[in-house]
Structure formats: C-alpha cells, structure tokens
Ligand binder design. Sequence first.
Ligand code: URA
Length: 427
Amino acid sequence: MRVVELIAAKRDGQSISSQDLHELIYGFTRQSIPDYQMSAFLMAGYLRGFSFAETVALNDAMLNSGERLDLSQLSGPTVDKHSTGGVGDSTTLVVAPLAAALGMQMIKLSGRGLGFTGGTLDKLESIPGMRTQLGDDELISQVSQIGLAVCAQTDKLDPADRAMYALRDVTATVGSPALIASSIMSKKLAGGAETILLDVKVGSGAFMKDVARARELASTMVGLGIAHGVNTVALLTNMDTPLGLTAGNALEVAESLEVLAGGGPTDVVELTVTLAREMLIGCGMTAAKDPSDALTDGSAMDSWRRMIRAQGGDPDAPLPAASSTHVVTAPASGRLTRLDAMAVGVAAWRLGAGRARKEDAVSFGAGVVMHAKPGDLVVGGQPLLTLYADDEARFGGAVEAVSGGFDIGSPDAAWSGSALVLEKVGG
Ligand code: URA
C-alpha cells in the first residue's frame, strides 16, 4: 500500500479496501505513517465521506489496535452507555448507579471535557478524593462487588483512536459521521459490554445540529455494534437547550445528587429513567423494578455512594464551590422561548469549567446555574443565570457568550415546547 495513492483515491471519491484501511491505521498507530499523511487522508474522508463497509473497516482496525476488556468473570448482564456530548449532560452520573441498582453491571469508560462540552471524569473528580484511573483488575473486581465503575479508559484500549482523535481535533475533521461513529464504537466495543446504549445528542449544543445527521450517526453506530454481535440501541435526544439547570463540574454533581435523592430537574429525571428503561430492555430484564422507583426508594443513591467510596471519594464531603458569582438578569418580562445550549456551554467553558487544551486544568466550582428554562414565565430584572468562577476576570467573556443566547417572547404566545427524546434507532 502506498499511502499517497490511498489519499488520492479517497480525494477522488473512490472506495478504499478494508485491507488498505487496516494497514493505514496499523501504520499510523505504530508511527510509520506520519501525521501529515493521516491528516490529508482524514480531510479527504471528511469531505468525500465513507461507505458503511469502509466505516466497519475503520472501526475494526481501531478496535484491533489495542486490548479489549475481558468481562467474562462478571456474572450479571453487562451494559455500557455513551453520550455524544452536550451541555449540562450529567446523565451518566445518574444512569450508572441507577443501572447497578436495577441489577445490571455497568462498566462506563468516560472521557474529559474538551471545548464547550463537559466530560464525566472532570465532574467525578470534583468529588474530594475520587479516583478515575483504575487498572483493569481493579475495575473488574469493583464491578463484580458493587455492580458499577465509572472511570477513564486505560491506555491499552484503542490507542489508534487516541492518536487519530488528537489529529482530528486540530485538523477540523471531527465532524464526520463515519469518523465519529468508528471512534466511539471502537472504544465502546473494546469495553466489552453485552449491551450498549447510545445517547445521540441533536441540536445547537451537540456535534450533530440536525436530526438527519444525528440519525445517520446513530444508524452507523448501531450497525457497527450489531456487526460485532453486541446489542446496540441509540436514542436521539434534544440538545438545543442544556439538560437540567446546571452546566459545570461540581454544579452538575450536586444536581445529580438531587435526582438520585428522588428530586431534581424533570428533564434529567425523564432522560435518565428513559435511558435506564432502554438498558433493561436491552438486557432482557423488563420484569425488573421501574427505574423511577430506584430513584425514589434510595437504591440508586446507595449504589452511587458505594461507587464513590470504592474509588476513594467521600460521598459526604462538601463539593468545591467557586469564589465569585455574577448574576445575569432577564431584560424583560415574558416567556423564555429559547436558551441556547451552545451559548451556555461556551459560557461555562469560559468561566473555567472546561478546557481549551487537553493538558489544561478545570475549575471544579465554575459554571452556570439556570433559573429558568424555555417555556417558563420570567419577570424583567429577575435572575436568569448565575455565573460561577474563581476568577472575576472570566465573567466578561461568559456574559458575552450568553448575551445573544436567549429570547423572551410574549407571555400569551402559544407554547408547545419540544420533545426531549426524539427517536429510537435499533432495538
Ligand atoms: N466522541 C468521540 O469519542 N469521538 C468522536 O469522534 C467524537 C466524539
């Protein structure tokens, strides 16, 4: 295989054989193919697209670049979930203990936030003492004892994706459905669970801005899972407005604790219960307790506390709080008709909740608390958002980010809202 010919073939819209794609990814992972050639290939693929057969080859080559977790020692049904990323998306913090409380075994390998989207590891690490780096043996042992672990992916799983993602991030080639699908599914399949539930976010605060592209991504990921004999289902869920009332690490943990205690924002409850029900269906456990009962009877909270303790954290320790606040008020009375997820995500990021480069530190207490959501009536001058930061100099950029990010309309205009769960793909 001559890499330059492969790049030219993709550039000209020809299809690439499975063997060539395997060799390309093998060579790149072992550093015999340089970054500049891989970048050119990724851009050609981004522009020309990949067929499903090519996507399968990309996925399998990435999957084969590293080890896979061996979950054969676990006795119950194993399940994993993945969100394609959004703003205020704390679902894993609720769904993982919920799944364990319902009798499933949840192995959730998570990532850190980058840019305006949050990452589960950053949220968990805001809990004093909490460790997210677990070795394979510790991970399996923890799941067999308490039914769940949420932790970082080990270096041994899918090294090809790590190297390719780093390159895609700086070459404007992230947003290709085939590249996203193979990146996500190669990691999920390496995690070894029998059932995978995908939460594909759609809207302003998501990678996929419209339903058609989100559906394409979801179908491709479901197809990749099924091709590996793994029960895979995707839900398309709305990310035009943030999920819940918080965006930021410790702020989202605090909100998740409210949900695990049987309260919390209704959209977070609706989505986490829906995801848990889909997991039960996927695991053939439809006779199990209803997920909403596990939120109100304390069993999901018990699972959460067990996980935090098992990973070195203190579930009773106060969460970090930012030192300064700034309130954004409603400029007029009326109905809040739009609160843009991207605007809130960028504000939280600028406040210090997210990072611009992988090596940056995050501020655990930074972020945004929303006092109203689309559909709510607001009174001019009332707090709309409270911004939290450790450094007051950050407020200017955050205010700028949210200033065009909401609309207030007539209180009498008809309001129908929009559905949270839009579609199911697979299953
Ligand atoms: N998340 C991933 O893991 N990979 C992508 O390509 C995009 C989002």
